[in-house]
Ligand binder design. Structure first.
Ligand code: DAH
Length: 626
């Protein structure tokens, strides 16, 4: 078998897939062979590529690549596990490879440039990135005096923007097309030849640019005779570097007299302001005339003024200096008589600003404490989790339509056969089966899991990141009354005495029966109206009580409109979820609930936030209120 060499057909492939054919762990380094590869093996003067080979369970860092009898050997370090036949994702370090490609193509252009100057000379060896200095070694002498000429010639090839193409060709075809080869090559075998524009092609197995002007400039850095050959060394400047250089050159641009005058006016305005502000004389002196002051800084500009304008610029700067000195002298405030700089020793000190926890953190802290008081303990699980925990173990098989309700972010990573894809957790319910596993499926389970969740949603009432808290209780004999009792307990603890919970039938895949949970509004005490006096007896809401005004004349509670706030979901844990977590559903039962922290908290504060994004805006005016 032979490794398919993908880089020969497309030198610009940065990533590809492949299958593992063999793994040799005996040599000092691990050695991997693939059915196909984008990794270039060292050869033809071009260095080997580096990069990574990744599978479901392992990652291989490629540090060297070589060619051996039709096989490409990838050498490096293996972390994790890899098996023969595993599918792998290959990634090369593109910046290094692209630089090597540029050097290699430039080497061929250099060969051509020298030939254009001296048509009997030609390159016999080359090094394009392996040695410190890239070079092409020529058969016949190349005189140092030619450096300038060679440089002009090669850069003219660069600027012609010639196409570079490669093709596989038989010896017969080579003879037919009268292609002259520079050196002897194996007979009876297809050859790969590289053409730059219409110049005579050359045999080549490397990776090359598509057009000559991808490297924007080639410089000849020296000529040396070595072992009877003449080495012409070169370096390249690629497009990116050129752009960076162009940018930095802008600091050397020429400044005109009118630009200088406008800068002088700016300084004059600045000092006027400072005088109005009554700055102290000594401070003004350092600010404007000090060693690192504004005047010296501006005066440096003189080097950027064209020579014809230098005299005039000097005059303008001198005038400015006199101007500044006079203005400062006129200023009456000195450190001795400063009206600004007095200290009132009897004034109270300035309090340093102290911060406090963000309101969401405060809420999480409070929720945790409330549940801890009745025997729950807080767990933490990954925010980036397997599909299995987020969906599948919760009775939502792959492709189940219920999953659509959770607008999920998927992570671009290899998937696992059992666990599926990697996602950002859409809800804290991913903690359910994880908690059952953590406790080795042994009751009792009393978990409170508070964590960040992520959904593909962003508008005034939704943020892409938010928080949920999830309760889970499993034991023998747990029933819906335990759930209702827990809800009532939380309602009173969190929202205050008298707050009630209400449950309504609903549907979730992971609970049966499923419920939606409402809490009574603690502003109108569950009545939906604000005329409390007529509605309450001893602080208790008198729903439907006699004696209050007709409904259309009463003032509706603006906060809840109905007396109740919907907060989230709950239910009795579905037998399939218990089974997924290793519990026998005929012996154990459980309940669960899951709500948004932000909503639960803003309800408590009586906050009607028009735009929920305000919570995460970092706006101190808002945050300092809590
Ligand atoms: N995970 C659900 C959601 O994000 C909320 C939920 C509903 C959690 C019912 C539960 C539950 O534990 O029993 O919408």
């Amino acid at each position: 078998m032979k490794t398919k060499l993908l880089y020969l057909d497309d030198a610009y492939l940065k990533e590809s897939s492949a299958k593992i054919v063999s793994i040799n762990t005996k040599s000092p380094q691990v050695e991997i062979v693939l059915d196909q590869t984008i990794f270039y093996p060292q050869g033809g003067g071009q260095p080997a590529d580096t990069g990574t080979i990744q599978t479901d369970k392992g990652i291989f860092t490629v540090s060297h690549v070589s060619y051996n009898d039709g096989l490409i050997l990838h050498k490096g370090k293996l972390e994790g596990l890899m098996n023969i036949d595993d599918k792998a994702l290959l990634k090369i370090n593109w910046e290094t490879r692209y630089h090597n490609m540029m050097l290699h193509t430039a080497g061929h252009m250099l060969d051509q440039a020298v030939k254009n100057i001296d048509n009997k000379n030609f390159g016999v060896d080359g090094n394009h990135g392996i040695a410190k200095r890239a070079f092409v070694a020529f058969k016949f002498p190349v005189d140092e005096s030619l450096i300038g000429k060679i440089e002009d010639e090669i850069n003219s090839i660069v600027h012609k923007n010639l196409k570079i193409t490669a093709e596989n060709i038989s010896e017969k075809e080579i003879n037919k097309r009268k292609i002259k080869l520079q050196f002897e090559l194996p007979k009876n075998k297809d050859l790969r030849i590289l053409s730059i524009g219409s110049y005579n092609p050359m045999p080549d197995g490397g990776t090359h640019l598509k057009t000559t002007n991808e490297c924007s400039k080639v410089s000849i850095t020296g000529i040396q005779e070595k072992k009877g050959q003449w080495r012409v060394s070169y370096s390249i400047e690629d497009r990116e570097n050129k752009i960076k250089k162009d940018k930095s050159d802008s600091s050397n641009k020429i400044i005109s007299i009118s630009e200088l005058k406008s800068k002088v006016t700016n300084v004059q305005n600045l000092i006027k302001n400072d005088l109005i502000e009554n700055l102290v004389k000594e401070e003004l002196k350092t600010k404007y005339l000090g060693k690192k002051g504004i005047f010296n800084d501006l005066a440096k500009i003189i080097s950027q003024v064209g020579s014809a304008n230098k005299r005039q610029a000097g005059q303008i700067l001198n005038e400015l200096k006199t101007d500044i000195t006079e203005s400062i002298e006129k200023s009456v405030v000195t450190s001795g008589n400063s009206q600004k700089k007095w200290v009132d020793l009897t004034a109270p000190g300035i309090k340093p600003k102290t911060g406090h926890m963000h309101l969401v953190s405060q809420a999480m802290e409070e929720i945790t404490q409330i549940f801890e008081r009745i025997g729950f303990s807080r767990s933490r699980y990954p925010e980036v989790d397997w599909d299995w925990y987020v969906f599948e173990s919760l009775n939502m098989p792959k492709n189940h339509p219920a999953r659509d309700e959770w607008e999920t972010f998927f992570v671009d990573a290899p998937m696992n056969k059992k666990m599926g894809k990697i996602v950002l957790t859409t809800h804290t319910s991913n903690g359910q089966v994880r908690e059952m596993e953590r406790l080795n499926s042994k009751p009792p389970i009393r978990m409170i899991n508070i964590a960040r969740c992520y959904r593909r949603q962003q508008d005034a009432t939704h943020t892409q990141m938010f928080h949920q808290f999830e309760g889970l209780v499993i034991d023998k004999g747990i029933n819906i009354q335990h759930l209702k009792g827990t809800l009532d307990y939380f309602a009173e603890q969190f929202y205050g005495p008298g707050t009630k919970s209400r449950i309504r039938p609903f549907h979730f895949q992971f609970t049966e029966p499923s419920l939606e949970v409402d809490f009574s509004c603690h502003i109108c005490h569950g009545t939906g109206f604000l005329d409390e006096k007529t509605n309450k007896v001893n602080g208790e809401a008198r729903e439907g009580a006699l004696g209050h005004a007709p409904e259309n004349q009463r003032q509706k509670c603006k906060f809840c409109k109905s007396g109740w706030h919907e907060v989230g979901g709950a239910g009795m844990v579905h037998p399939n979820v218990l089974t997924a977590g290793g519990f026998n559903p005929s012996l154990y039962t459980g309940f669960a609930f899951g709500w948004g922290v932000e909503r639960t908290y803003t309800l408590k504060e009586g906050l009607n936030i028009d735009d929920i994004r305000l919570l995460y805006s970092g706006d101190l005016k808002f945050l300092e209120q809590f």
